[in-house]
Design a protein around this ligand. Structure first.
Ligand code: AHR
Length: 504
């Protein structure tokens, strides 16, 4: 038996642009993401560029990473940036109280992070310390990073070896202030965020895109309070002059917070509960959008999902504070589900960063001493680069979509996305059903299809399949021969548990 989606796509009707920044990443001082991940130090036997691990950079360049968020997460609100500049051996140490209670030597600081962004070709997304830092620290950090000419912070930066200012695109005003970032109320944070955002100045030609720290999941009241704060009582400013976006966080789990489930050992029921949880992100984005629309119908402020992904119990025997988890085909499909939701709401959703890039949560790569593997999630990111900055084209089902009922909710089992960019059409589709093949029939109306299928790739494996150092290509993409184009009719024959990307 096979389930079928029949749909029409109007290639001559433009949807919003899918910002490439929806494919962003996050690197926190947490477990082995930075230390023993990105950062091995200049003296390491592992090949590195100025202390940054070579093979990781090379792998991530394959994803065209648009932005990288740092230094946290919860860590951001106890990080004092001035401790992370200057000669490494003289940098003060601190305790990373959130993650493993380990000592942080501050060897990876501002200069090292900005160098990493240069190597990746990614825009930096820096999160300020609002929870335990001061407005002055925020102001000084921005000056240090972006000011040219003569000023106290620009002089300090030069003294530390960097002549020219950097360009910083994104600047976060704290993180999860309702929890680890200070346990503030929405009203308290709203006022504090306005202050920090005001003193995070635009120096010279640099234009910061300031992102206020938003809600946990579907806490729409938080978003509403921030929208109220930023639209009220302003004398000479527009709300979008204060900050330019509001974020929220949403993680996918199959179990409760205290027992989130195993990354690799799960039942069929847990698989479907995971897909249901992943698909909730679409509803939550729509909910935050609705609140923002009421205060900002012109869509001047953006929405950012700056932490998302699957969160499982840590791998047995690893430090519970390090959040190290394996990554399976199920995780790859979780990512595919998110991307479809992101594209649908790309008018308001302008940035998303998955947690986290290396060795933490839903990572792109996992390392074990000198060895490194690409995860199934990595491959979905790599196969989706055709959507970066593409124009979204809505997929209109012609009859009922294939669905599955999961505990009273409906999970759409064949999400499909279409976008166009510079004369190319990218179609991605996921078959979430682990047991049955599926067919997507798409009538692609109103476009230029003369080039036919230029490339077609398939990622398929049973849901628990994953890559290890011993078997690094257990889940890896291969050429897909199930895509046909006949006039304007496109047919995709998807195996069970699969993700495909086709370029026309
Ligand atoms: O990504 C791990 C943690 O999850 C982050 O530090 C925090 O913001 C969130 O609770």
């Amino acid at each position: 038996m096979s389930s079928t989606l029949s749909a029409v796509v109007d290639l001559d009707v433009e949807g919003p642009t899918i910002s490439r920044h929806l494919y962003g990443h996050f690197a926190e001082h947490l477990g082995r993401c930075i230390y023993d991940g990105f950062w091995v130090g200049e003296d390491s036997p592992i090949e590195n560029v100025e202390g940054i691990r070579d093979d990781i950079v090379e792998a991530l360049r394959g994803l065209d990473i648009p932005n990288l968020r740092w230094p946290g997460g919860c860590f951001a609100d106890e990080y004092h940036w001035a401790d992370g500049v200057g000669p490494r051996e003289q940098r003060p140490r601190m305790v990373n109280t959130h993650w493993g209670d380990v000592e942080e030597n501050n060897h990876f600081g501002t200069h090292e992070f900005m160098r990493l962004c240069e190597l990746l070709g990614a825009e930096p997304y820096i999160s300020a310390n609002v929870g335990s830092g001061t407005v002055r620290e925020t102001s000084d950090w921005v000056e240090y990073l972006t000011r040219e000419g003569d000023s106290p912070m620009a002089r300090l930066r030069r003294q530390n070896g960097r002549e020219e200012p950097w360009q910083v695109a994104f600047f976060g005003i704290g993180n999860e202030p309702w929890g680890c970032g200070g346990n503030l109320t929405a009203a308290q944070y709203g006022a504090t965020a306005r202050q920090h955002a005001t003193y995070a100045r635009d120096h010279g030609g640099n234009r910061l895109h300031r992102i206020a720290a938003g809600a946990n999941e579907d806490d729409y009241a938080w978003t509403e309070q921030l929208m109220r704060e930023v639209t009220s009582g302003l004398q000479d400013e527009e709300p979008s002059d204060i900050y330019q976006a509001i974020s929220f966080h949403y993680y996918t789990r199959s179990g409760p917070w205290m027992d989130k489930g195993s990354a690799t050992d799960f039942t069929v029921d847990e698989y479907w509960t995971t897909m249901r949880a992943a698909q909730r992100v679409e509803r939550i984005i729509a909910g935050h959008k609705a609140v923002m629309d009421a205060y900002d119908p012109g869509q001047k402020l953006g929405l950012a999902l700056d932490e998302w992904g699957s969160w499982w119990n840590v791998e047995p025997g690893t430090n519970p504070g390090f959040l190290f988890q394996q990554n399976t085909m199920r995780d790859a499909l979780v990512a595919a589900v998110h991307f479809e939701a992101f594209h649908t709401h790309a008018d308001r959703l302008r940035l998303a960063t998955i947690a986290q890039t290396v060795n933490v949560l839903q990572a792109m790569v996992l390392t074990d001493e000198h060895r490194m593997i690409l995860t199934p999630t990595y491959h979905v990111f790599a196969m989706s680069t055709g959507h970066h900055d593409g124009v979204h084209r809505t997929v209109h089902p012609l009859s009922e979509e294939p669905v599955r009922a999961v505990d009273g909710e409906t999970v759409r089992t064949l999400p499909v996305s279409v976008s166009t960019r510079e004369g190319r059409i990218t179609v991605t589709a996921a078959n979430l059903d682990p047991d049955q093949a599926a067919t997507a029939r798409l009538r692609l109306r109103g476009g230029e299809l003369g080039g036919g299928v230029r490339s077609a790739r398939l990622l398929t494996a049973e849901p628990a399949a994953h890559n290890t150092a011993e078997a690094p290509a257990e889940v890896a993409p291969r050429d897909f021969d199930g895509a046909r184009l006949d006039g304007e009719e496109m047919t995709l024959e998807l195996p069970a548990s699969s993700f495909v990307a086709v370029e026309l």
